[in-house]
Design a protein around this ligand. Structure first.
Ligand code: ATP
Length: 313
């Protein structure tokens, strides 16, 4: 079977703002269907500009973008109804309750059946856990509740794709957890989720795939597990010299010994770490602990950009 076509695909997508600022530079992005795709980069790296082009809100200077297999911005009218978007905070009326805000959004959709409106709004409120607070005025909502209400608005109709620009920005840890849990649930139902973030741990926690941006350029993209390859092999043993010799014989590189700890480069994917452990034991090395510590996405990012990263936000 042919691989399903990507849900989002860009070719050479470029945006130069009128002032001359090159915000996005030759972006080739490919977002697989069913993924939770993290669009990662520090502030100012071009994430919002890319999202605005994907949603047909601004025109690219050059290059192309397709969403759900159709060209943007030309196909905006057919594509956007299938896309739920939360960009730069939802536009809410503070003097209306959460429920009334959703009723208003639903009424603005000409394809929404008025007879099922109340049920639809009720389901969306349930979905994001806001049913108990549905009667409260939106201005009394916490930031996290406002974000969830925005998500509820995006979920009033079935969507194939959700695009969320920094959905946890400004939230406290509890609010962040709630949004992340919701994203996981939505993805479990088969919705592709594309979310931007400047938080590495967020991408590691919720995303299956990621792209890393810096200064308008794409540094890398792919499955999150693959982006964070590398790492270290660590063996704890009362026989460190023997362990180092055996590992060397097995072709392991970067070996260092410190007391009872032998560390080395993690074996390449073709070598099973269990075989290394078995070789140590066969050679009579007494192994107290054996493990491969995978590098984090943070290590990968630092290696790619040569820059540190604001991990905690
Ligand atoms: N309307 C605009 N006119 C001119 N320059 C802009 C405009 N919008 C953004 N920029 C510039 O383009 C670059 C990329 O900005 P963008 O907002 O896309 O980045 P970002 O990764 O989304 O960052 P943030 O998370 O801070 O929004 C920045 O240097 C920014 O100053």
């Amino acid at each position: 079977m042919a691989a399903p076509s990507p849900v989002i695909e860009t070719r050479g997508l470029t945006k130069r703002y009128r002032g001359g600022q090159l915000a996005v530079d030759g972006l080739d992005l490919s977002v697989p269907g069913g993924s939770v795709f993290g669009f990662l980069g520090p502030n100012g790296s071009g994430k919002t500009t890319t999202i605005r082009m994907l949603m047909g809100l601004i025109a690219p200077t050059s290059g192309t973008a397709s969403v759900l297999g159709r060209p943007m911005p030309d196909a905006s009218r057919t594509v956007l109804p299938e896309v739920g978007a939360l960009i730069e905070g939802p536009a809410l009326y503070g003097f209306l309750s959460g429920r009334d805000n959703l009723l208003r959004f639903d009424r603005a959709d000409p394809t929404a059946d008025p007879r099922t409106r109340a049920a639809r709004v009720g389901e969306a409120l349930d979905r994001v856990g806001l049913a108990p607070a549905a009667g409260k005025k939106a201005r009394a909502y916490s930031l996290g509740m406002k974000q969830r209400l925005g998500l509820a608005a995006a979920l009033l109709r079935p969507r194939r794709l959700l695009v969320l620009d920094e959905p946890t920005n400004g939230l406290d840890p509890q609010g962040m957890r709630e949004i992340r849990a919701l994203v996981r649930e939505l993805a479990a139902d088969g919705t592709t989720v594309f979310l931007s973030s400047h938080l590495l741990d967020e991408i590691e926690q919720v995303c299956t795939h990621a792209a890393v941006m810096a200064r308008g350029r794409l540094l890398t993209q792919g499955p999150v597990a693959g982006l964070a390859t590398g790492g270290r092999l660590a063996v704890t043993t009362p026989d460190p010299a023997d362990a180092a010799r055996v590992l060397k014989e097995q072709g392991v590189t970067g070996i260092t010994v410190d007391g009872d700890r032998v560390r080395a480069d993690a074996p390449p994917g073709t070598v099973d770490a269990a075989d290394l452990n078995a070789a140590l034991v066969r050679a009579g090395v007494r192994v107290r602990a054996f493990g491969v510590e995978r590098a984090s996405l943070e290590d990968a990012f630092v290696a790619l950009t040569g820059e540190g990263f604001d991990v905690a936000g």
